[in-house]
Ligand binder design. Structure first.
Ligand code: NAD
Ligand code: TYD
Length: 355
């Protein structure tokens, strides 16, 4: 079996659903169930004995050691993290605790587990660490896209904590020989994304005719990848990626935030014409401090070495995503608890609209 951490979050739950649709091998899902972790994402697996859920913190060394000893996975895929840049600006300590200290615990317990395996199992073992393109910092408008050898230059507490975890993962390969692989992926979107991130926030706000808060001038650029394509990349990397390597994952779909928000509005205009044009809800608000201007990913290594290409274009993926949120309004209501409303009050306070 494989051990997935953070499997009740956005990408982790998509990964488990993707994995169990394609493979017979069971998944142990170790997740703390923070505000971002929702077992409702995995409701379709309730009767599936191949999904084993363990509520635990990756920072809880004894518990992680126990799960590894009991389940004896052949691989660990680490999605568990605090993942939202804006939350890291309001409270960086939790990011260091989970993303740095937690990853170190998980790495070290995985190293111990790996060292107990027989020789053939030891060389087949993998620790896949799921990271972000944000570790590379910000690009200028005409700079080439990030490659695996781009220098790390994290600018937010979130990015800095992920960068630190990436360095620890690398060190565990060089120092102890653990067969690790790190992936650095661009912005994901798709089903089950917690509605504080740009795309689901805009979809759900627009459906309620609430303002669409665009930070700064709306011209910051992100590369967008449909989550299913990220899951496919991770499955391929687990099967055929080379230990000790890092792989960039991206959709070759750079868009300004304003383009993304307008694209969401255009789809909603078609499916909810009564409230068209939704783009009149856009409000430019105070910028995020230290807001990275542009991310772009060169996924050439993954494409040429392992033959991966994204199957979904941005417009098609966005249409699917909007459709999913329209069909799953109850899911959105069930995950947006009191904590979520408190977060909205904190993050958007003092961000009055400006022309
Ligand atoms: P998410 O916030 O939706 O989910 C994170 C999950 O981790 C949740 O289920 C949460 O309960 C769990 N978790 C948090 N702290 C934990 C702890 N201490 N112990 C155990 N579980 C814990 O995040 P996501 O968007 O699904 O991102 C998953 C991973 O992918 C993260 O490592 C993130 O850095 C990385 N990533 C995300 C994106 C993106 O666009 N969302 C892009 C590139 C990389
Ligand atoms: P986000 O989804 O938080 O992802 P990340 O910060 O990891 O890229 O934000 C994506 C972009 O959208 C980012 O440039 C910030 C911007 N943004 C807004 O303009 N308004 C919002 O309300 C949010 C949440 C994000």
């Amino acid at each position: 079996m494989i051990l997935v951490t953070g499997g009740a979050g956005f990408i982790g739950s998509n990964f488990i659903l993707h994995w169990l649709a394609a493979e017979s091998e069971p998944v142990v899902n170790l997740d703390k169930l923070t505000y971002a972790g929702n077992l409702a994402n995995l409701a379709s697996l309730t009767e599936d004995p191949r999904h084993i859920f363990v509520r635990a913190d990756i920072g809880d060394r004894a518990r992680v050691a126990q799960v590894l000893a009991e389940q004896r996975p052949r691989a660990v895929i680490n999605f568990a993290a605090e993942s939202h840049v804006d939350r890291s600006i309001h409270g960086p300590a939790e990011f260091v605790q989970t993303n740095v200290v937690g990853t170190l615990n998980l790495l070290d317990e995985s190293r111990k587990h790996w060292s107990t395996l027989a020789a053939a199992e030891r060389s087949a073992f993998r620790f896949v660490h799921v990271s972000t393109d944000e570790v590379y910092g910000s690009l200028g408008a005409n700079d080439p896209a990030f490659v695996e050898s781009s220098a790390y230059a994290p600018n937010s507490p979130y990015a800095a904590s992920k960068a630190a975890s990436d360095h620890l993962v690398r060190a565990y390969h060089h120092t102890y020989g653990v067969p690790v692989i790190t992936t650095n992926c661009s912005n994901n979107y798709g089903p089950y994304q917690f509605p504080e991130k740009l795309i689901p926030l805009m979809i759900l706000n627009a459906l309620q005719q609430r303002p669409l808060p665009v930070y700064g001038d709306g011209l910051n650029v992100r590369d967008w990848l449909y989550v299913e394509d990220h899951c496919a990349a991770l499955r391929l990397i687990l099967a055929r990626g080379r230990p000790g390597q890092t792989y960039n994952v991206g959709g070759r779909s750079e868009r300004t935030n304003l383009e993304v928000v307008n694209a969401v509005c255009a789809i909603l205009d078609e499916v909810r014409p009564d409230h068209a044009p939704h783009a009149t809800l856009v409000q430019f608000v105070k910028d995020r401090p230290g807001h990275d201007r542009r991310y772009a990913i060169d996924a050439g290594k993954l494409e040429t070495e392992l033959g991966w290409t994204p199957q979904e274009g941005f417009e098609g993926g966005l249409r699917k995503t909007v459709g999913w949120y329209l069909d799953n309004i109850e899911w959105a209501q069930s995950v947006t608890s009191g904590d979520y409303r408190q977060w909205l009050a904190t993050n958007y306070a003092g961000r009055e609209a400006h022309p």
